[in-house]
Design a protein around this ligand. Structure first.
Ligand code: SAM
Length: 187
């Protein structure tokens, strides 16, 4: 009995790890959650933009849902949509969203998502996927949409605001898409 349970446990761990690795290869981004201090910076920078009364916020690549949950709590009148392709993180994020009526978590490739109604978009990916994401946002976002990028910024786009710490953590850049003008100096 103990042997069977052990084999089941090992199989689950192997499948879960394999799934995470497979989607890391597909998406180019591991499901590393943002820290609470980084989440606080993203919330703060979005708040400073005076979002409309019932904003639509999209968390692109929401991983296990930490930032999506925080956004739904920080902006209770917002409709927050977390989008995640990797099965295990998506499943966990979906469970975490159960008690939050203003948070929906979709299993999707965000390049195919309907982002046209977004008032704000957040992302925490890796350097390489940011290039493709910029192209997708160019096609889908309304001019002036708020885009908050954590740690990995958009090359060739100019942030209008940043949050840089204190402490060791990812920096947050805010863009008014498509981000051709800036009021801050890039690092
Ligand atoms: C670093 S994690 C970010 C986690 C979360 N945003 C947070 O702040 O805690 C990046 C996530 O983006 C997801 N991802 C990358 N490209 C994606 C795509 N095209 N569509 C959906 N999810 C994607 C990955 O699967 C990964 O879970």
């Amino acid at each position: 009995m103990v042997t069977i349970l052990g084999m089941v446990a090992v199989t689950i761990v192997v499948l879960a790890s394999g799934s995470i690795l497979l989607f890391m290869v597909i998406t180019g981004a591991p499901p590393v959650p943002s820290k609470s201090s980084e989440i606080a910076d993203v919330v703060d920078i979005l708040r400073s933009t005076h979002l409309p009364q019932n904003p639509q916020i999209f968390e692109l690549g929401c991983g296990f849902g930490g930032l999506a949950v925080a956004l739904a709590r920080a902006f209770p009148t917002a409709r927050v949509t977390g989008i995640e392709l990797s099965i295990l993180p998506w499943f966990v994020a979906r469970l975490r969203a159960c008690r939050l009526p203003n948070l929906t978590v979709l299993r999707q490739d965000f390049h195919t998502s309907e982002l046209e109604q977004a008032d704000a978009v957040t992302c925490y990916l890796m350097m390489a996927p940011m290039v493709a994401l910029a192209n997708t946002l160019d096609k889908k976002l309304r001019p002036g949409t708020r885009v908050a990028a954590l740690t990995f910024w958009f090359r060739g786009r100019k942030p209008t605001d940043v949050r840089r710490g204190p402490g060791v953590r990812g920096e947050v850049a805010l863009y008014r898409w498509p981000g051709r003008t800036s009021s801050v100096t890039e690092p």
